[in-house]
Design a protein. Structure first.
Length: 259
């Protein structure tokens, strides 16, 4: 049974693509308010696991339980409405739209106005648009992009696009936030700033955070607990010290300059 302090759990989760087993009977639970890291070599199944959690990839077998409710097989929009937001390994912004518009669009799952309200500019539509704009500006300020609110996302530097994607995810007012390689393309100083930022938003928004990251030192310094995947299987689970000294983890990373 899922514990009262448990926000999220996967139970013997399996994902097959034809004859390939991408995720192989993986089980772990994440505590409410925890920063939980998911690491492993390339091809270990990390992003596939994220895609299963968020409804983008079908579950072959096993269960996903969120806040005490089994969400296995739910469509992505329903999972998002329940309070699960994410960023992507390959950034998925609307490049031709402004930063402000990108963040405002993310709030549509929280609005009550219908299509006709938008077409005819009813009071509820105008009120919700004003609120969405104000909220979007607050989030852009939070990630340091308030001065670029009207700039097209396609023209942003890579690090700014990463921050914009996080702002867009936060606009959905999630309880659980999944970050897929948020530090990709950042230098050491930027990664340090990002680590502190993740700590800050966890506290400010009372979030549970799942994090995929290849930069192992960042994960070790940021996460409360860490799960390690290799060839789709869970090979280690524990706090950073336990995981760092695990023989199976060392072997999995052998030959990798991050080991």
């Amino acid at each position: 049974m899922i514990g009262t302090d448990t926000a999220f759990e996967v139970r013997t989760l399996v994902c097959r693509f034809g004859g390939l087993i991408a995720v192989n009977e993986v089980s772990f639970a994440v505590k409410r308010g925890e920063i939980f890291g998911l690491i492993g070599p390339n091809g270990a199944g990390k992003t596939t696991l994220f895609n299963m959690i968020t409804g983008l990839t079908p579950v072959t077998a096993g269960q996903i339980v969120y806040e005490g409710t089994t969400i296995t097989g739910w469509p992505a929009h329903r999972i998002a409405q329940r309070g699960v937001a994410r960023t992507f390994q390959n950034i998925r912004l609307f490049g031709n739209l402004s930063a402000l518009e990108n963040v405002m669009i993310a709030q549509h799952i929280l609005t009550n106005a219908g299509v006709l309200d938008g077409v005819f500019g009813t009071p509820i539509a105008r009120t919700e648009e004003k609120q969405a704009r104000q909220r979007a500006m607050e989030l852009l300020a939070l990630v340091g992009l308030q001065n670029k609110a009207e700039s097209q996302a396609r023209n942003f530097a890579y690090g700014d696009q990463r921050r914009l994607e996080i702002a867009r995810a936060l606009a959905m007012q999630p309880k659980m936030l999944l970050l897929d390689e948020p530090a990709a393309g950042m230098n050491i100083n930027e990664k340090g700033v990002l680590s502190q930022f993740i700590h800050d938003i966890r506290k400010q928004f009372e979030l549970t955070i799942l994090l995929i990251e290849h930069h192992v030192p960042l994960v070790m310094g940021l996460c409360d607990r860490i799960a390690v995947l290799n060839f789709g299987k869970l090979i280690a689970l524990g706090d950073p010290v336990q995981v760092q000294n695990d023989a199976g983890v060392i072997e999995a990373y052998l030959g990798d300059d991050q080991a």
